[in-house]
Structures are given as structure tokens and as C-alpha cells.
Ligand binder design. Structure first.
Ligand SMILES: C[S@@+](CC[C@H](N)C(=O)[O-])C[C@H]1O[C@@H](n2cnc3c(N)ncnc32)[C@H](O)[C@@H]1O
Length: 163
């Protein structure tokens, strides 16, 4: 599996935190400081200008910024080269069900794995969550389209069909 890193700032509700569960199961590694995130990683950042696409397959790892949506501040990583936003997908988690773009950390990681062609690994990390595999069901069509795209521009063009 592509290594998965999660930077946690401890602002999200620990009872609902999907990152902690992933780490407990050995599916992702928690990174305690932004300085410890490998700079070559794909940084999942909803404010990034470039959309993730299969063209990013050569990058060595994926990192999410796990924090409460209320305090999400990507200023400290604004200059990082491999920041990527995920294209239009809807959440399947109970807190934001049906809401576009606002994914939990595990949904974002799974979407990234799927788009990069690691479909079985996407299922593996969602499986521990009761609602997890539902994320792949409700987004089946766009995920398949994005995973078949050539590059970020094509992903952005495809997402217009779903928005
Ligand atoms: C803001 S945290 C919220 C975490 C949530 N409390 C949980 O327990 O999973 C979600 C993280 O997932 C990633 N993410 C979510 N939606 C995204 C999107 N549309 N594009 C890129 N990354 C996204 C980002 O790293 C974001 O910081």
C-alpha cells in the first residue's frame, strides 16, 4: 500500500476521529508535527488549486491534515508543491452525509487511493467503519471516471458532469 501519513492537531472530536482509528489498525501513521511530514508527499488539501489525478501515481505517499473543519488552516503548507484537492465527491459519513467535498480523513485517503488506481487498498481502509464502504457505493461513477482520467485538467472537466 502507498504509505499513508496523517498530521493531527488534536482539534477534532477524538470519539469520531477517523484518523485515530486508522492509526490504531496500523493502516496509517500519525505525524506529530508539520515539519515531520515528508515534503514529497501528496498533501490532501481542499484549498489546493490542483486536483488529484492518476498523473500523481509516481508520488511516494499520501498525507491528510486531520483537524476540525472549523480550524482548518493550510497557511503553513501553502508553499508545498504536491498539495492536491479532491474533485467533487460526496461524504458518506454520518456527520456530513451527502455533503460534497467535506470528507473525513479516511474518505479523503480512500478517494485518493482509488483515483491513483489502488482500489483494493481504498476498500481496506474504509472497511473498519460501519458506513465506510458506502462511500465507494455513493461515489462509484465519479470515482471510476476520475481514476480513468489522464491528468488534473481532465479530472476537473469530469467533475463538472457531477456538480
Ligand atoms: C478537516 S479534516 C476532518 C477530519 C474528521 N474530523 C475526521 O475525523 O476524519 C479532513 C481532512 O481530509 C482531507 N480532505 C477532506 N476533504 C478533502 C477534499 N475535498 N480535498 C482534499 N482533501 C480533503 C484533508 O486533509 C482534510 O484536512
Amino acid at each position: 500500500m502507498i504509505p499513508l501519513y496523517i498530521y493531527r492537531d488534536n482539534t477534532c472530536d477524538p470519539a469520531k476521529c477517523t484518523a485515530k482509528k486508522l492509526a490504531r489498525r496500523g493502516l496509517a501513521r500519525i505525524v506529530p508535527a508539520i515539519a515531520k511530514i515528508p515534503r514529497s508527499t501528496i498533501l490532501l488539501d481542499p484549498t489546493a488549486e490542483r486536483a488529484l489525478s492518476p498523473a500523481d501515481r509516481n508520488l511516494p505517499s499520501i498525507t491528510a491534515l486531520d483537524c476540525s473543519w472549523e480550524v482548518l488552516d493550510t497557511g503553513a503548507v501553502a508553499s508545498w508543491r504536491n498539495r492536491r484537492a479532491l474533485p467533487f465527491l460526496v461524504a458518506a459519513n454520518p456527520v456530513n452525509f451527502g455533503r460534497p467535498f467535506r470528507l473525513t480523513t479516511v474518505e479523503a485517503m480512500a478517494a485518493a487511493l482509488y483515483i491513483l488506481g489502488e482500489k483494493e487498498d481504498a476498500k481496506t481502509i474504509l472497511a473498519p467503519f460501519g458506513w465506510g464502504l458506502r462511500f465507494l457505493e455513493v461515489n462509484a461513477e465519479p470515482l471510476e471516471d476520475y481514476a480513468g482520467a489522464k491528468d488534473s485538467a481532465e479530472v476537473v472537466a469530469l467533475q463538472a458532469l457531477y456538480m
